[in-house]
Design a protein around this ligand. Sequence first.
Ligand code: ZN
Length: 302
Amino acid sequence: MPPPCKPSCPLPSARPCCARAALCLALLAGAAAMASEQPPAQALRSDSGRFVAANAEFTLVHELGHLLIAELDLPVLGREEDAADQLGFISLFLSYGRQRDADFYAKLLDIADYWRLEWQREKPAEEEVYAWASHGLDAQRFYNLACLIYGSDPDQLEWVPKVTGLPVERALYCDQEYAQVRKALAWVEQQHGRAAGEPIRHRIQVIYEPPSLRLEDSQRLLEQIRRSGEVEAIAARASETYRLPRDLVLRLSSCGAPDAWYSRTGGELVLCYERLTYFQTLAAQLPRLRQLPQPALCQACR
Ligand SMILES: [Zn+2]
């Protein structure tokens, strides 16, 4: 666990603050002896193809989160966009089962780092995400995902806060955040899951529209994605896991913008080819994010 330079005390009373400071020091002492604070080299390796595939997958599971909220009429506390990120993350995370190797964590970092790149990118005003918007700020979505990754296994992932810059004040509670999200998905499956042997009444059909001619990059990416079978696997998994109330469509299409959405009216999830080429453009900046910061001394230890 990397120590913060100046552990802040966001809680109003002094007692929790002292408890946090003590815990910080205990973590500092323990961290020195823990091998799990060293990231596996594979997890830090930048790979453009993996970045595109991981973020295409996360875009689909995020939109599937919207689909489930709408089609299963799920209760949502807080913003739907945050709920869709959480449903998407936990569905994707669990779909890998116990195969939690360095490549798996590299994919999860790719997904979080997409939001870090969006956060740090200079944007024209029309692309800015404002505080009043329905989506969280890019920086918040980055830290939310980094927290869920770390919280999934804090004992083994001491290196995640170091690589992502997740502050200790948030990291301390990430195991609880992960447990809440895991519990929410278990509830959805319990309430709306298809029983073993129960026939599948409705499915999500995958449709690939031909990309527009000017999108040659999309054509190449599309071939890679079709070959992987990942889109069909995601659609089949959702169709087989939940009792969907009607047939739905997952459409890949040229839309003129790097977008994705779920339309309740049409029962249609759309992933734009432009989004795939956009991921590829952003991936070029990935190597600079995967540098370990120089160790910083905790203020309390100086
Ligand atoms: Zn959304």
